[in-house]
Design a protein around this ligand. Structure first.
Ligand code: FES
Length: 129
């Protein structure tokens, strides 16, 4: 069973939705369970993640993990956000049932993927100038 913290975040997740004018978007799927996480970020000229939102199709642990992930990256530089680990996410959630331990890892992968997308878009933009 889930602990109270996970249930609380699952019932009131933070940052659900999409970001208007996002300059980074990524969707990551876990083929084993079918869960899908999608994160949108808006990064300022100075490289700070001003906004982050998510849409997750999955279990309470997957939703809670993505909620925590978006909270952790908001306000950080992209370099700092790229260093966020699944262990940090798990630490905030507390314990998860063993079969759900992959959820924070998928959230970390989604953070890395959205930052990669941001870098790709930025590079493309710079090339077109
Ligand atoms: Fe599917 Fe966690 S990622 S159960």
């Amino acid at each position: 069973m889930y602990n109270l913290k996970v249930l609380e975040i699952f019932k009131n997740p933070k940052n659900v939705g999409t970001v208007k004018g996002a300059n980074g978007v990524a969707k990551v799927e876990n083929n084993a369970c079918g869960d899908i996480m999608k994160i949108y970020i808006k990064v300022s000229e100075e490289g700070i993640i001003e906004d982050a939102k998510f849409k997750t199709y999955g279990c309470p642990a997957a939703i809670a993990s993505t909620s925590v992930a978006t909270e952790l990256i908001k306000g950080k530089t992209v370099e700092e956000a790229n260093l966020i680990s699944s262990e940090q996410i798990l630490q905030i959630l507390g314990e998860l049932p063993e079969e759900k331990n992959y959820c924070p890892i998928l959230a970390e992968e989604t953070i890395k993927a959205v930052i990669e997308d941001y870098y790709k878009k930025k590079e493309k933009e710079e090339k077109s100038i």
